[in-house]
Design a protein around this ligand. Structure first.
Ligand code: ADP
Ligand code: MG
Length: 399
């Protein structure tokens, strides 16, 4: 990786501000539903604690829109981290100001504190220089381990770099290395699986990755637009003309490069993708009026499975169907199982795709499940993430 990490700098005795993405899903009672984002940052926190840093964690949680919001306080998250690490993690009730500065000045080497939800302050999302400066006063060094927040030009992600030396945490390093490896001549055949709700959000990935892959498998709602490009009367509900043009362009590009794009031959359709809704399995060219695609069909699953089993590298974004509803989850679940059993490299990302793989209990069987939703999509689309751009380069001057 081009960027410096915590292993490239001296951290002992330093106050280290660590931006993490502990934006965990909470149930209606405020309990943490899934702590994988907390676990993902443990290597960085353990390394820093083991090397005598004074660790000041900061994160956002939910969307409090610049105001204090009781249920979105980070206390319970700090408690969970404390349980996972078996050492105390002190949750502060503010993120900046004299009380926080006092608490930080009382820290010993190896201590861990957690600042209050950054998004309680309007300056965070506004990337306000004053808020960034107030945060920076707490620390000597800044570490970004929040890959999932790095596509946002917020004060704790970008503004902070004006004040402190900035390096990557170990999760950030792993994310960048795993995702970059897809563009660095990975073992072939290399397939991209693309699904999810809105194809127009995914076209950027396809355009960027198509020169690198051998094969693209399309499922989910994304399939409708591709089917319509193949035959305008296919795919169910008509897609926007703009989307059709984008799909036509990328389809031509694939043809020029000799990359195969496989579309579903059969699909599960429903009038309304709701729990308990009636459904039918039809050929993808014969979707009845008023019906829409809710999953890939059994024939398609068989074809996709056979193709994927030949692959040595697979990248996957976007569920194959409306997996949240049991009768439309089979495509996503079975594809996840195929990848889990594959000998090659499997890189999965996107908020819903990662959620699906976690829900099926298959995340550990994958090479890498990205903690990024939007950040993962932007990275694969070839965009430079603002939170990565500000980190010190390996060859550059010492931070
Ligand atoms: P990710 O968050 O992994 O990038 P998306 O946000 O693109 O994925 O899409 C996830 C959503 O797509 C899920 O909520 C899923 O129910 C939905 N979805 C999957 N297939 C379809 C479909 N055929 N029609 C409508 N929605 C779909
Ligand atoms: Mg999503």
């Amino acid at each position: 990786m081009q960027k410096q990490t915590i292993k490239d700098v001296e951290v002992r005795g330093k106050r280290v501000l660590v931006r993490v993405d502990f934006n965990v899903p909470l149930d209606p009672d405020g309990k943490i539903e899934d702590d994988s984002r907390i676990r993902a940052c443990l290597p960085t926190i353990i390394y820093l604690a083991g090397h005598g840093a004074r660790i000041i964690l900061c994160s956002h949680l939910g969307r409090p829109h610049g105001r204090v919001n009781g249920p979105l306080r980070l206390g319970p998250v700090a408690r969970r981290l404390s349980e996972l690490m078996s050492i105390p993690v002190k949750a502060l009730r503010e993120a900046v100001g004299p009380t926080v500065e006092q608490a930080v000045s009382a820290m010993q080497d190896g201590d861990i504190v957690m600042l209050e939800n950054l998004r309680f302050y309007p300056g965070e999302e506004e990337n306000d220089p004053g808020f960034a400066r107030d945060l920076s006063r707490l620390a000597d060094l800044y570490v970004n381990d929040a890959f999932g927040a790095s596509h946002r030009a917020h004060a704790s992600v970008v503004g902070i770099a004006a004040h402190l030396p900035c390096v990557a945490g170990l999760l950030m390093e792993k994310e960048i290395e795993q995702l970059s490896s897809l563009f660095e001549d990975p073992p072939r055949p290399f397939a991209l699986i693309l699904g999810g709700a809105k194809v127009e959000e995914k076209i950027g990935i396809l355009e960027n990755i198509i020169p690198h892959v051998d094969l693209v498998l399309i499922g989910g709602g994304a399939a409708a637009a591709f089917l319509q490009v193949r035959n305008p009367s296919d795919g169910g509900f008509p897609e926007e003309p703009g989307t059709i043009v984008q799909v036509e362009t990328v389809t031509k590009q694939a043809k020029t490069l000799g990359v195969r794009i496989l579309l579903p031959d059969d699909v599960v359709v429903t009038a309304k993708p709701e729990p308990g809704a009636a459904f039918r399995i039809v050929a993808s060219g014969q979707i009845p009026d008023g019906y829409r695609i809710a999953d890939i069909g059994p024939l398609t699953l068989a074809v996709f499975t056979r193709e994927l089993q030949q692959c040595r590298t697979v990248a996957w974004n976007g569920p194959m169907g409306v997996f949240e509803i049991p009768q439309f989850s089979k495509g996503t679940k079975d594809i996840a199982k195929v990848l889990a059993g594959l000998g090659g490299t499997t890189v999965i990302g996107g908020g819903s795709t990662a959620e699906a793989v976690n829900r099926f209990g298959l995340a550990k069987k994958m090479t890498h499940v990205s903690t990024g939703g939007g950040a993962f999509l932007r990275f694969l689309s070839g965009e430079t993430l603002p939170g990565v751009a500000v980190l010190a380069d390996k060859q550059g001057p010492a931070p």
